[in-house]
Ligand binder design. Structure first.
Ligand SMILES: [Zn+2]
Length: 579
């Protein structure tokens, strides 16, 4: 069970030690404080509580337990964070006995292949490849840092090497490194410069191969399989994550060379999509790092339908999508190879167009032509209609003017479009951000305290009256957290579910509520205080509601009776720390 793993890992690891690897912590009373690793600050507002095994930042609101910390700090998913912490704690994951362990050995084989290719690039067989890379203006130190390799034209160079190291045919096939022919196995990549593709945590998943001469596809990639899914990864993202987080944006290019060139040019926040159709999985990856995504494709590609749809997928996921247009149809590799390329690219980035305006710009000619105007208008409406009204609002005037109509007319069209159900997927509720950049509305502290106490004390959790608790909470988010805790078999069970769903709000709320309860004594005592405060708040709301009815002359007999009861509750002596 994953929840057992979570529990055992938490028993073995101390949050102060885990966070201490990243943050210099100082003891302050029962807690530790330090400079928050999630936002810039000069005075510490980041607190770690050894007794609760949680952290919380008063500056940016980030908070949670060791899993949250590792996921946020390293930009990992729950499963990956679980692996990292399990190996630190010396715990063998229960699920790892099946599928996971196999993957690990496939990864090992991939690493063996990677060093084989890299050695060949340096050796006598790599001469043609080195000449090619020289022509592409990539100096030798970049071959090392980007782990470039060379797969010679021979049919069995890699397979021979793997075989000598004890790799089984099945394993090499599963890793996608070889193919099976009539005469046996042969290498997939031949006569190609090799680009290793790693996931966000740096694990080697796939290779891309660039043909340097002869016939064949210019680029080929490892096949989709157990290890690699193109839809879920971005090339160089593991190297881009720090810079992306620091700058708040990710630059997305199409190919290997463009991505490497931008990294060399000082734009370390760059990754490559290796294809045109961006996916929701990729959008979620980017959202972990940055709020803005600047897409920089070849100019012809940026207009293609598939590319356009992909950009809307990112925008819909809550990213601020900008489309970068490079001067006179150059690709990033060309541009950055110019002496003034860095400046030119920087300027192009600054003037990148918001996706919606880019779309309108692309359809400019169609919009001016009487025959095509209708089609272009529909297309833009369907793009706008797929986004939340909040995203669209700032651009309505400019879009309307490009369409030759008034903004209120465009609003009307858009409303009709939405009503007709053009927006098939109902607009998802605004997703909470995984790494809040500013201070967000984190809700009422006392309601957070309810969640914290349900979390902390198993007796309270098992005996609390669910209906009563939920009726005291006004914020739907806390209701959801409390309901999950109240209905779960164990708290670890809910926790691993939150982690695997990528929900960060619950643990932030719990950490924050825990802070609030500090000084209220043991959990049961704090529980009484918290419930009392919320019951009074509820009574006060009811009191005001009935009083309003009375003043309008709409109150009935029952209202009058209830009014007296509520007034009594409010007059009874309040407990300590009331708000
Ligand atoms: Zn912070």
């Amino acid at each position: 069970m994953q929840s057992d793993d979570v529990r055992i890992i938490k028993e073995r690891l101390d949050i102060v030690e885990v966070i201490g690897d990243h943050v210099r912590l100082k003891k302050a009373g029962a807690n530790f404080i330090g400079l928050c690793p999630f936002h810039e600050e000069k005075t510490p507002s980041f607190t770690v509580s050894p007794s609760r095994q949680t952290f919380h930042c008063f500056g940016c609101g980030q908070g949670g337990d060791i899993f949250t910390f590792v996921m946020e700090k390293e930009s990992l998913g729950f499963r990956e964070a679980l692996e990292v912490l399990a190996s630190r704690a010396g715990v063998t994951l229960s699920a790892a006995r099946g599928g996971e362990k196999r993957d690990r050995s496939l990864s090992d084989i991939m690493e063996m292949a990677c060093s084989h290719y890299r050695n060949l690039l340096r050796g006598p067989e790599g001469e043609a490849a080195r000449a090619y890379l020289g022509r592409r203006n990539l100096p030798p130190e970049t071959w090392e840092s980007f782990e470039l390799g060379w797969a010679p034209s021979s049919w069995d160079s890699l397979w021979n090497s793997l075989f000598r190291q004890g790799v089984q045919p099945k394993e090499a096939l599963d890793a996608g490194l070889v193919l099976e022919g009539k005469g046996g196995l042969y290498d997939r990549f031949r006569g190609r410069v090799i680009f290793p593709v790693r996931d966000i945590a740096g694990r080697l998943l796939a290779f891309g191969g660039r043909l340097i001469d002869g016939e064949g596809a210019k680029y080929i990639n490892s096949p989709e399989g157990t290890l690699y899914s193109k839809r879920k990864n971005l090339y160089l993202l593991h190297r881009a994550k720090e810079a992306a987080r620091a700058s708040g944006r990710l630059i997305l290019v199409e190919g290997y060379m463009d991505a490497i060139r931008l990294h060399l040019g000082g734009f370390g926040e760059t990754a490559a999509s290796l294809g045109t159709a961006l996916t929701e999985d990729q959008a979620a990856l980017i959202r972990r790092l940055a709020d803005r995504c600047c897409i920089c494709y070849d100019s012809d590609l940026a207009g293609q339908e598939a590319a356009m749809r992909g950009m809307y997928v990112l925008q819909k996921a809550g990213l601020d999508v900008r489309v970068v247009e490079l001067p006179s149809g150059k690709d990033p590799d060309d541009l950055l190879s110019l002496p003034e390329g860095k400046d030119l690219f920087g300027k192009a980035l600054e003037s990148a167009r918001p996706l919606i305006l880019h779309h309108v710009y692309l359809r400019g000619e169609m919009l001016r032509s009487p025959d095509k105007r209708r089609k272009a208008t529909d297309e833009i409406l369907s793009g706008l209609g797929s986004l939340s009204p909040v995203d669209v609002a700032p651009y309505l005037p400019r879009v309307a003017s490009a369409m030759g109509i008034f903004p209120h007319e465009l609003s009307g069209l858009l409303e009709d479009y939405r009503k007709k159900g053009g927006n098939r997927e109902p607009s998802a509720p605004a997703k909470e951000k995984p790494a809040p950049s500013g201070k967000e509305d984190e809700g009422n502290e006392v309601e957070a305290a309810v969640c914290a106490l349900l979390w902390k004390d198993d007796h309270i959790r098992r005996t609390a009256d669910e209906m009563k608790i939920l009726s005291l909470l006004e914020d739907e988010r806390f209701q959801t957290v409390a309901a999950a805790l109240l209905s779960a078999p164990s708290r670890e069970d809910v926790e691993s579910r939150w982690h695997s769903l990528g929900e960060t709000f619950p643990l932030r709320a719990i950490a924050r509520g825990g802070e609030w309860c500090e000084g209220l004594g043991e959990a049961r005592a704090a529980w009484d205080v918290v419930l009392d405060i919320l019951a009074r708040r509820k009574a006060r709301r009811e009191y005001e509601h009935i009083r309003e009815k009375l003043s309008r002359g709409e109150a009935g007999r029952e209202d009058l009776l209830r009014f007296q009861e509520v007034a009594l509750i409010l007059k009874s002596s309040p407990r300590e720390k009331g708000k």
